[in-house]
Design a protein around this ligand. Sequence first.
Ligand code: SF4
Ligand code: SF4
Length: 145
Amino acid sequence: MAYVIAQPCIGVKDTACVDACPADCVHPRKDEPGYAIEEMLYIDPAQCIDCGACVPVCMQQTFGSTCHGAGRLMSRAKARTVVRGDQLRHRLESRGIVVRAGSMRDFAEETPEAYKNVSQVVGVVARAGIAKLVARLEPLAVVKG
Ligand code: SF4
Ligand code: SF4
């Protein structure tokens, strides 16, 4: 299904998406007659190859960014009240996960329940057209500073 340019483009028309599009299907370009009179750009659905290259360059939707983690469900202080660091360590080590922590109190802040389900977060981002799923990775190590 072809991408569709939405209302936030109105009045912006910076054509960043035109430059990013490999199929030359975003119109009107600055050198086309309609550019001066159209309020916003549109994508020709017959030409669009659904590559998504135009999405990350559109600052009106994402400010050039996407999620860089799952995000917290609970504050650090709250996490410390629902789990003890030594119990969390035991739980993770029973699953074969090696834990090194300078402080069990700080470690408790990182309990998995304190974070959203990353698959759901990534799914929302993908369905919104902000990013495209290319692979699922399993972490070998996690370092918190
Ligand atoms: S999805 Fe790809 S082909 Fe379609 S308008 Fe965006 S950049 Fe062009
Ligand atoms: S990058 Fe976004 S705001 Fe800029 S012209 Fe394209 S659709 Fe409109």
